[in-house]
Design a protein around this ligand. Structure first.
Ligand code: TYM
Length: 334
């Protein structure tokens, strides 16, 4: 088993990233046997698709590395690195640009969402983004890719690119990866709008819980979270159509290990005035230790850089045979 996943180092690690992806990364790392390997990386090469000041970009990479380690990624057991230190990603992306079809990229909903109405004015990188993501996965022969629901389409494209490359060049070079998407927390929604996903790019910080938020901030954000005036139902089926309520119950369930049905049974008939303080307490209990580890790790840039350099060396070594195979399959002489 080869596990691989990435995260863009733009802004804070938030509860959506954590429950949708990172918590699964940690679970898979902890369940690893001797034949398995985990690769987790900061997608800094993806982050250039949106403009950022260079100093901010460097800080973001270190912030995200610290957040991942604080959340449980152990650089001694998993290969933790940043993409820019492993040029094979950019190289394979270019090779795969010969295979990926414009029609496939035109169907990517995340591009449509991110580009909005300004299609002509966004960077080419934003459009080609999913091809770099395919390169990330295929370079390492990843079998399992733990992600949130929003990355499912990119993983399907990755498989299409792999199949077409293998067929066109008559090789069995690329392994087809399977997305691993959590059932209950595949899509954590904004605290301000139950129809939008929780996201780093939402201009309102009240829309998300950041893993670095202090206890008072978490409590205030939950107090201000949008809800409806109805009490909690007896079972989760009664949450149908109540998007904000469903989201908050789902978060409480994820924090406590209860099922959404058990959460409803516990609070049945009570309003959100009673539920919200319990939710805030559960979040604080879970996140406070992560935050304190994060703050300590963030003190030492040199130590974080050393971890990423070491991880990048291991990643480059693991990626080299596949990259070589791709050049050779295409008849490119080096
Ligand atoms: P990114 O940085 O947007 O998000 C990182 C991970 O968090 C998940 N996620 C969510 N899950 C549930 N609810 C939410 N509200 C939520 N918001 C984010 C994402 O699904 C993702 O798993 N393109 C990727 C990064 C990437 C990648 C890769 C992932 C680059 N190369 C190769 C896997 C394999 C991205 O922008 O994720």
């Amino acid at each position: 088993m080869r596990v691989l996943s990435g995260i863009q180092p733009t802004g804070n690690l938030h509860l959506g990233n954590y429950l949708g992806a990172i918590r699964n990364w940690v679970k898979m790392q902890d369940a690893m046997d001797a034949d398995s390997q985990c690769f987790f990386f900061l997608a800094d090469m993806h982050s250039i698709t949106v403009h950022e000041e260079p100093a901010q970009r460097r800080a973001n990479v270190r912030d995200m590395a610290a957040a991942l380690i604080a959340a449980g990624i152990d650089p001694d057991r998993s290969v933790l690195f940043n993409q820019a230190r492993v040029p094979a990603h950019a190289e394979l992306c270019w090779l795969l640009n010969g295979t990926a079809r414009i029609g496939w990229l035109n169907r990517m909903t995340q591009f449509k969402d991110k580009a909005g109405k300004n299609r002509e004015g966004v960077s080419i990188g934003l459009y080609v983004y999913p091809v770099l993501q395919a390169a990330d996965v295929l370079l390492y022969q990843a079998t399992h890719v733990p992600v949130g629901e929003d990355q499912k389409q990119h993983l399907e494209l990755t498989r299409d690119i792999a199949i077409k490359f293998n067929t066109d060049f008559g090789v069995e070079l690329f392994t087809l990866p399977d997305p691993i998407i959590p059932k209950e927390t595949a899509r954590i929604m904004s605290l301000r709008d139950g129809s939008a996903k929780m996201s780093k790019s939402d201009p309102s910080d009240l829309s998300r819980i950041n893993l670095a938020d202090d206890d008072d901030t978490i409590a205030a954000k939950i107090r201000k979270a949008k809800t409806d005036p109805e009490p909690l139902p007896e079972t989760a089926a009664g949450l149908e159509g109540r998007t904000e309520a469903t989201n908050l119950v789902g978060i409480y369930a994820a924090m406590t290990g209860l099922t959404p049905d058990a959460v409803c049974a516990q609070f049945a008939g009570q309003g959100f005035g009673a539920f919200k303080p319990a939710l805030a307490d559960a979040l604080i209990a879970h996140l406070a230790p992560i935050r304190s580890r994060y703050i300590a790790l963030r003190e030492d840039d040199a130590a974080l850089d050393a971890i990423l350099v070491k991880g990048s060396e291991k990643a480059a070594e693991a990626a080299a045979p596949t990259l070589k195979g791709a050049y050779e399959a295409m008849g490119l002489m080096r």
